[in-house]
Design a binder for this molecule. Structure first.
Ligand SMILES: NC(=O)c1ccc[n+]([C@@H]2O[C@H](COP(=O)([O-])OP(=O)(O)OC[C@H]3O[C@@H](n4cnc5c(N)ncnc54)[C@H](OP(=O)(O)O)[C@@H]3O)[C@@H](O)[C@H]2O)c1
Length: 231
């Protein structure tokens, strides 16, 4: 999917946030003829958004923090530039974001997890939850593990999975370097079913964010990345 776009049709990207994820996306774009970085923002937390260079982008990709993401979305929307939002911890503000997108008539894709593998995992969980709801012998529990610098807990991905399964709570571990592990266990007296997803690095999230950028380049409205995986 990442090699499909013709050279003349490069997607111009503005990076908002230049931490672990911003740098991962930058590295992928520099190796690709399909994406071009035209703006990098917040190399330092005290920097301001460079609105002039963001205006040159087809899509701005935000991986910052919940403290600044809403302000970023509004500033970018005012420029008429579409957005991919990977920052987590703002799901309670979805209605506010919906209004911004409508007001400025732009396109936005959001997800707590842009990994293609996790979005397939979501579908497997949807199916399992539906099936297992018919068998009350099974209890369900969740575990998620992330590196010690991850600020939100439980993760946005865990919250999304918990939305899908009644009565599911996650135990969250923040330690070490794990880029992301999520596990759901259905357990009965007779047996147990364990579903898990392990990210090996951040490349999957970065690739997914670029797939989303390609998708939203010429579209309007708000889209969950998960909706691209409908079967
Ligand atoms: N959706 C997904 O697939 C996915 C995957 C991984 C991570 N995430 C989420 O994406 C976000 C970023 O993750 P990351 O691992 O890249 O984090 P990170 O390494 O801490 O990078 C965050 C970036 O945003 C900047 N920033 C943070 N707060 C800011 C503020 N108040 N004003 C201006 N700039 C600010 C940081 O600047 P400084 O470096 O100067 O602090 C840094 O450039 C988090 O919410 C994380 O949970 C989502």
């Amino acid at each position: 999917m990442l090699n499909k776009i013709s050279k003349t049709n490069r997607v111009k990207i503005a990076l908002i946030g230049y931490g672990k994820m911003g740098q991962e996306i930058d590295a992928l774009c520099r190796d690709s003829r399909d994406f071009e970085i035209v703006s990098i923002n917040y190399k330092n937390i005290n920097d301001k958004l460079d609105l002039k260079s963001i205006a040159k982008a087809d899509v701005a990709i935000d991986f910052t923090s919940k403290d600044v993401v809403l302000k970023n979305i509004e500033e970018v929307a005012k420029l008429g530039v579409n957005l991919v939002v990977g920052t987590t911890g703002w799901s309670g503000d979805l209605e506010i974001v919906r209004k911004i997108i409508k007001k400025y008539k732009i396109g936005l894709v959001y997800s707590p997890n842009f990994s293609v593998g996790v979005n397939i995992f979501f579908k497997i969980i949807d199916f399992s939850a539906k099936l297992l709801s018919r068998f009350p012998d099974y209890d369900v529990y969740g575990l998620e593990i992330h590196h010690k610098t991850k600020l939100d807990s439980p993760s946005g991905t865990a919250l999304k999975i918990a939305d899908k399964i009644k009565g599911l709570n996650f135990t969250s571990v923040r330690a070490g370097r794990n880029p992301g592990f999520h596990e759901v266990v259905f357990d009965s007296n007779a047996d147990g079913i364990t579903l898990s997803h392990q990210a090996y690095n951040r490349v999957g999230f970065a690739k997914g964010a670029l797939v989303a950028a390609e998708f939203i380049k010429n579209k309007k409205g708000i889209h969950a990345f998960e909706d691209l995986f409908k079967i």
